[in-house]
Design a binder for this molecule. Sequence first.
Ligand SMILES: O=C(O)CCC(=O)N[C@@H](CCC(=O)O)C(=O)O
Ligand SMILES: [Zn+2]
Length: 332
Amino acid sequence: MLALGKLLELTLAGREPCEKVQLTPRGVKLHWLADGALLVSPPSGQDQGVDLLLSAGIHGNELIPIHVLDRLIRALARGEVQPRARLLLLFANPAAMRRMVRQVEHDLNRLFLGKHADVWGSEAIRAAELEALVSGFFSLPGRQRLHYDLHSAMRPSRLAQFAICPWSEGTQVAPLALTRLQGLAVEGVLLQRQASSTFSAMTATLHGAEAFTVELAEGKDESLPAAVLQFEHGLISMVEGRESSTASNAPPQLLQISREVIKRSPRFRLCVPADIENFALLPLGSLLAEDDGMRWVVDEPGARILFPMPEVAEGQRAALIVVPLDEFEPKQ
Ligand SMILES: O=C(O)CCC(=O)N[C@@H](CCC(=O)O)C(=O)O
Ligand SMILES: [Zn+2]
């Protein structure tokens, strides 16, 4: 295997490789750009005109996406995967990955689209660096731009694997984008209805990329869950420019965000069990959260909870109330 296949090891150790550019025997170029950043270019005759950005580790304690990206990089460096797209592969938050924590000073996935200028610390510096790396990658005209920012929600979920489609002025999720997600074994797509400052929102807004946050399935033990293996299989097809089979996967269910629950004070309390599953049904009229005289009562029929996280910093999102746009039919 080429030494650059060990990008994860290099990144965790904070080391620069001796050789920054390497070629596989079949002419694929691997180019180390910065801490945790690898550019992969197919031989020119094999390039199908797609620029695919894959990122993992924005939250350093979400290990499954880091593992999936590491496996892809190693397979590329061994010549087992022959790309027909340009790839930018990013371990997004090395400082948090080294400590295996969600964040060091600030949530990196809230600092894009210039928000990093208002704060300090390692994530602020990294957000600016990632914005620059991505601008360089997406600077070639006339190419298709895709971005999957890989996360794992680290709690059981009624939809094993799902994506979040950032809101972007004047754009709607394209049917072909949903077909691609189906090929990646993504069971649900949550449509945002307002601007945000996540990594995928930045690549969609500034670079017109077909961009999604993808929440990979959680595992119970060391081995990768079946849904993640299906995701990997679809991803490798995409990287190699082959049609992915969607036959065994249902089209993703569409949902939209109804309300964000923002924590205002240390008195904030979520009134659901700590181990509640993502997309669990919220009874109509029930109290979801309360904070200093504020009460969030469920008034949306069919509402479901997503990302309950009462320990976030004040001013941050502590949960989402989401509603399915059609009948909710989890696979399991
Ligand atoms: O585990 C959780 O509760 C959160 C998982 C996570 O990191 N989700 C992303 C979603 C980003 C988006 O809304 O596009 C995040 O909170 O950054
Ligand atoms: Zn995450």
